[in-house]
Design a protein around this ligand. Sequence first.
Ligand code: DP6
Length: 323
Amino acid sequence: MKPSSATAQANPNIAFIKYWGNRDNALRLPVNGSISMNLDGLFTRTTVSFNSAKTDSLTINSTPVTGKGLERVSYILDIVRKMADINERAEVTSENNFPAGAGIASSAAAFAALAVAASKAAGLNLSEPELSVLARRGSGSASRSIPAGFVEWQMGKDEADSYAFSIAPAAHWNLADCVAIVNASHKKTGSTEGHAIAGTSPLQEARVADAPRRIEICRNAILNKDFEAFANIIEHDSDMMHSVMMTSKPPLMYWQAATLEIFHQVREWRASGLPVGYTVDAGANVHVLCLGEYKAEVEKRLREIPGVSNVLVAGVGGAAKVV
Ligand code: DP6
């Protein structure tokens, strides 16, 4: 095979049942399964070109990246080179169409796009589960940005078995994610460091033991389009993950005052008939899920809350793909 070039695109995703903690940090084998939806309209587009250069190179949004960022990309390229039996180094260029610090984790879309582009450029023809496994090695949540729509990542028995698959296509349920951006003053601890200390919280064991129950409820709520059950389980799961975060060593407190204010408002809105529910990742921003027809109303209400600096709105997205 002659190594060449390929471009791929992937959406970020928002987790409804969260991934928090690994049973193997190097392989990113999670301690529990998770469920998410891809975010339509937001994407990372990545080109991988194998060439005769001496080292791999990485450019993100026109800025050259070295050090840890490049190492994490080379780690995936090394796996691909081994699978394809090639030695060429690669030039990787990547663009996000959503602003950094917009409250959307970029690593999921980034490593999903990288897995698809790098394997294609190396001449490999990987199946969806194989692409999901490859993306997972770069960032756990990236495994879920490979398949389309509503996605479940099974923890799996072993390395090859821990991948994500679609449980329903994007068109199955018209949901919207209204992301309320809350200004966080301090620098937050990244998820990779967070996963590594999840086990130091005495609450993690209970959270993990109960995960199959939450997955089942969430999957059924999505399949049955039962919004009330969906809202209750995503809030419950998010609160459980943050309870673990807050009680780990060192403690991780991601919420700001406005985060909590949004929780109260969302629950009041739901009690008075508006179909909304919240979930929060490793940050202060609040993802407010609603039925698609209410997204303009939810966006308007969120913008009125003091401490909310912006609101991004996304529908349900498709699979990662070669472009
Ligand atoms: C809180 O996938 O970002 O968003 O594998 O270290 O890159 P790494 O972690 P990452 O963790 C995501 C954590 C989360 C919950 C989730 O998306 O399931």
